[in-house]
Design a protein around this ligand. Structure first.
Ligand code: EMZ
Length: 399
């Protein structure tokens, strides 16, 4: 009996699309983990309840520390510009976020959705003509970049430049924190801001330049901080979510068929995939005073991180946490963060995934994985698969 059981587990684990939970033991036993990061260590908070509590407690665990310090790995050495509203605390955070919320809700409007749907349909039509497609670089990255032209409300062709930058704006093959690569983005944004000052239009740069906070117009530096966040925050995260979705449906044709017959569960399926994938592993905070996390001392001015990926597998909250339950009914996942800093781009990201699922069920019969290279992040004692560096597949058309 035991042998049969073990064999079953192994088959489950061996699925290429599976994203195992490396945090389980530490989450159950002590509730936190420790990571070294450029001599500025991080206590990772692992339980759903504690992650929510710390995210809510912005007075003790702040976001408005030195620019780049709440990101893990820390970006203090490659960035001076504060990302807005992400690296602000209340009440300023609220004031800036209020300026932006309507804009970032545009993905709920019909014309936006129609354009996104046209983009994704065209991308799927194209891959259906090929015998082999490398999903990360040749499907997910272009899809993410083209969709971003809608969020920024700028011409479609601009996406070609961003596609050429690769999947992560700060990471290259040589380095996890590539300052030269980051400068390409910063210089580009500076130029685009100058263009928008000269010729204001209907794009996000122009809208931000015309906005006011603290009783004055936003500064160029503030606009730049918002734009860096828009480019960087939704890049590898969306690419991972799209790539992981393709891998998942390749290995679960029954799930694709289920969505085909029950498209009304697509919104739930998207939430469940985000819970399971947790495209952003964690996000940091800096303690403003001596504090405690799970009875572990956190010194003033040291860092913690809120581990969304671990919280999303917490069996105290989710039944069968390591399974994708497409129509999961109660799903308080933290894949888009929690509390004040909940992801501003979430509406756009959700719309991308919903559209992708609709187009897949309409046009794709099945997907075959041909080859893959996993993308494993190393966080101290934890190695976490966050997606793929490469995923080679064949898309088969629905007849
Ligand atoms: C920061 C972060 C935001 C950071 C919600 O996440 O995303 C990371 O990919 C960037 O490197 O600068 O924008």
């Amino acid at each position: 009996m035991e042998i049969v059981f073990t064999a079953f587990i192994n088959i489950q684990i061996m699925k290429k699309s599976a994203l195992p939970d490396p945090f389980e033991k530490a989450r159950l036993e002590k509730g936190f983990g420790e990571v070294e990061d450029q001599e500025d260590p991080v206590i990772m908070v692992l339980r759903h309840k504690d992650v929510r509590k710390c995210a809510h407690n912005w007075k003790t665990f702040q976001s408005g520390a030195a620019p780049g310090r709440i990101v893990v790995p820390s970006e203090v050495n490659i960035r001076d510009t504060r990302q807005i509203p992400f690296e602000l605390d209340p009440p300023l955070h609220r004031e800036y976020r209020d300026l932006m919320e309507d804009w970032f809700r545009r993905p709920l409007q019909a014309p936006y959705q129609a354009q996104l749907s046209a983009q994704i349909s065209a991308a799927i039509e194209e891959v259906l003509t090929k015998d082999s497609v490398e999903v990360v670089g040749d499907f997910s990255l272009p899809l993410q970049s083209r969709a971003l032209t809608l969020l920024l409300n700028i011409p479609f062709e601009e996406a070609e430049k961003w596609i050429a930058w690769g999947t992560h704006v700060f990471r290259s093959e040589e380095s996890a924190l590539d300052g030269d690569k980051a400068n390409i983005l910063y210089d580009y944004i500076d130029q685009e801001i100058d263009k928008a000052i000269e010729h204001p239009g209907e794009d996000l740069y122009s809208v931000l330049l015309a906005s006011e906070a603290q009783g004055r117009k936003l500064t160029k530096e503030e606009v730049k901080g918002t734009m860096i966040l828009t480019f960087a925050g939704g890049r590898d995260t969306v690419i991972n979510a799209v790539t992981n979705s393709i891998a998942y449906f390749a290995e679960h044709p029954e799930s694709l068929n289920r969505l085909r017959s029950e498209p009304e569960i697509i919104a739930r399926a998207v939430e469940e995939l985000i819970r399971y994938f947790a495209p952003l592993t964690h996000m940091g905070r800096v303690a403003t005073e001596d504090a405690q996390v799970c009875e572990h001392a956190v010194k003033a001015d040291s860092r913690i991180s809120l581990c969304w990926a671990s919280a999303n597998r917490d069996a105290a909250v989710f039944e069968n946490p390591n399974e994708v339950v497409l129509d999961r009914k109660i799903n308080p996942h933290l894949g888009f963060g929690f509390s004040h800093h909940k992801c501003l781009g979430a509406t756009h990201a959700r719309q991308i995934l919903k559209t992708l699922l609709h187009v897949l069920i309409e046009k794709v019969e099945s997907i075959d994985i041909q080859d893959s290279v996993e993308n494993i992040e190393n966080w101290g004692e934890f190695n976490r698969k966050v997606g793929f560096d490469q995923l080679q597949v064949k898309f088969n058309a629905l007849k």
